[in-house]
Design a protein around this ligand. Structure first.
Ligand SMILES: Cc1cc2nc3c(=O)[nH]c(=O)nc-3n(C[C@H](O)[C@H](O)[C@H](O)COP(=O)(O)OP(=O)(O)OC[C@H]3O[C@@H](n4cnc5c(N)ncnc54)[C@H](O)[C@@H]3O)c2cc1C
Ligand code: FES
Length: 279
């Protein structure tokens, strides 16, 4: 059993949990994730390790309440336990040789981007971050990013920082002639696709962290397929980071949409059955 040592609300619907999980903490690196269950018999969900403390044996996850399992997780309080926390899984983010980095995070993707920015800074790199949210209420981790270097904050509705999406400051910086050894993009698929398009013409190495549906997280089920450079890769064991210029984003977006369509049809069917009193 894995004890929840801390629980903190970061923004509306976004929560940080510190979990006692010495095995995961011992080998955790930026870019890796755990698969956990909130309850016995519950669904397994992947969440990125947003921070870790090897000495104390803790890992932090930051989750957005999205559906049944994150809701069940959110119902847990400090002092309660989780039945499973498996990890670290996935390949750590490659920061080798990067002296100037641009880290771009969108929404809860900022929870995944922060450990990457921290790792880069710890290795002496110069870090610029661009973080974007729908509006002021959703902003998380601003101070943590600011502590690592130059920061641009954008909101879709302009309620805080610059109005627009992350591509605005990104394109401006690149047009002004600034260059980076690597750009790390972590957020919604569409955001990562446009970041990749923006950096392609400048031939800047760009890495995207993919988050397809995962089941086993060990390369067995094939559920997390992503086409990269024409080859099928599994995000759980080959990723989640891939060369953003080689990812087939359109296929990834279509696969994700197919899941969402299936999910909403299933929900609709369940509601109709409940209304008819069949269940
Ligand atoms: C490698 C990886 C790292 C992730 N890290 C984070 C993180 O740090 N913080 C965070 O808030 N979210 C993260 N996610 C997404 C998170 O796993 C989903 O939000 C979660 O599984 C939702 O489950 P649910 O039952 O609450 O919601 P559901 O209603 O089941 O799903 C809500 C949405 O979440 C996605 N989703 C559902 N099940 C899975 C699954 N098994 N695998 C992947 N996505 C799923 C789908 O897009 C779905 O539409 C990550 C996903 C991956 C693959
Ligand atoms: S989650 Fe099953 S192969 Fe990746």
């Amino acid at each position: 059993m894995f004890e929840i040592l801390e629980k903190q609300q970061l923004a509306a619907g976004t929560v940080r949990m510190r979990i006692f999980s010495p095995l995961a903490a011992r080998r955790a690196e930026a870019g890796q994730f755990v698969i956990l269950r909130a309850e016995e018999g519950g669904e397994r969900i992947p969440l990125t390790i947003s921070d870790f403390d090897r000495a104390k044996g803790t890992v932090d996850v930051i989750y957005q309440v999205a559906g049944a399992t994150t809701m069940a997780l959110d119902a847990k309080e400090q002092g309660e336990t989780l039945p499973d926390v498996v990890g670290p899984l996935g390949v750590p983010t490659d920061t080798e040789g990067v002296r100037r980095a641009l880290v771009v995070g969108g929404g809860v993707g900022c929870a995944i981007a922060l450990p990457v920015a921290k790792k880069l800074r710890a290795k002496g790199a110069d870090v610029t971050s661009v973080i974007g949210f729908r509006s002021r209420e959703q902003i998380i981790l601003e101070e943590q990013f600011r502590g690592l270097g130059r920061l641009f904050v954008v909101t879709d509705d302009g309620s805080y920082g610059e109005k627009g999406n992350v591509c605005a400051p990104l394109s401006r910086i690149l047009t002004q002639g600034e260059r980076f050894d690597a750009v790390y993009a972590i957020g919604p698929l569409v955001m990562m696709k446009f970041v990749a398009e923006a950096t392609r013409q400048y031939k800047i190495r760009t890495v995207a962290s993919m988050n397809p549906i995962m089941i086993d997280g060990t390369g067995m089920c094939g559920c997390c397929r992503v086409r990269v450079g024409g080859e099928m890769k599994f995000a759980c064991v080959d990723g989640p980071d891939f060369d953003a210029h080689a990812i087939d984003f359109d296929e990834a977006i279509a696969r994700n949409r197919a899941y969402l369509d299936f999910e909403s049809r299933a929900r609709e069917r369940a509601c109709n059955l409940l209304k008819k009193g069949d269940v």
